[in-house]
Design a protein around this ligand. Structure first.
Ligand SMILES: [Zn+2]
Length: 250
């Protein structure tokens, strides 16, 4: 049962202009691109992604009204709310109405997806698909809808498996078949946002309330369709597992 960290919990800005309502009919998978997953800093990263999407193009941003994605999945398997899923996002050019965008934080041209992150992606897609009756054929990679390498080759190669695993979850199973990714061993990583309590808001979605202190430093984050080199000194992938917080697929 996915736990979603809400906008108020990561300090999201309100949209510049009102969102437009839509009804989800397809789901598109992205990566954030640019930086690898070791750069993840939870709420700080979410605010940086939103800043980059809202900032005017004249200042190097995208000039959108809000963060483009509906969800971002962190390398610690946390799930973060972007735009509400019943509002039109900004994540595939000329193909946003009815399209729910999920972005996995990291660069999957440069790294492989961890098995627990993959399982979280499958779980989230299955949850959305079940609530809107979206068939698995309507699960796409960004690169299938627009000229881009998003979501990276190591994630893109798994599209058929993703559809199959989502179908298995929807059928009541818990099959997740992604090849396991070795867990990097480094303690020098930020700690995930603490989850203090949860509130059930639907049969399958749970809302997490976090009280993460506002971090002072906001770092810009590359949008998924542009790649930037990873600078030296990047913090290593954190290995903290938070699978204990009710995210079993069973
Ligand atoms: Zn993308």
């Amino acid at each position: 049962m996915p736990v979603v960290i809400e906008r108020s919990d990561w300090g999201a800005q309100p949209p510049n202009t009102p969102w437009t309502t839509h009804y989800p009919k397809k789901i598109t998978i992205h990566h954030t691109g640019g930086r690898t997953s070791g750069y993840w800093q939870g709420a700080t990263t979410m605010r940086a992604i939103q800043d980059g999407h809202i900032k005017p193009t004249s200042q190097g941003g995208r000039g959108w009204k809000d963060i483009g994605y509906h969800y971002v999945i962190g390398p610690d398997t946390s799930i973060w709310r972007g735009r509400p899923e019943d509002k039109v996002g900004a994540h595939v050019r000329n193909n946003n109405t009815g399209n729910v965008g999920i972005s996995v934080y990291g660069n999957y041209n440069q790294e492989d997806i961890r098995q627990d992150v993959y399982a979280t992606l499958v779980e989230l897609i299955a949850d959305i698909a079940s609530r809107y009756n979206i068939p698995t054929q309507m699960i796409f990679l960004h690169r299938q809808l627009q000229s881009t390498d998003c979501p990276g080759s190591n994630l893109a190669i798994r599209i058929n498996q993703i559809r199959k695993d989502v179908a298995d979850v929807l059928a009541g199973g818990s099959a997740v078949h992604a090849a396991p990714v070795p867990v990097a061993a480094s303690p020098a990583a930020p700690v995930p946002a603490p989850v203090h309590h949860t509130t059930v808001i639907s049969p399958r979605i749970t809302v997490a309330r976090t009280k993460e202190a506002t971090a002072a430093h906001r770092r810009s984050s590359a949008p998924c369709s542009s790649l930037r080199p990873v600078p030296p000194g990047a913090p290593a992938l954190q290995v903290r597992r938070i699978l204990s917080m009710s995210r079993s697929l069973r």
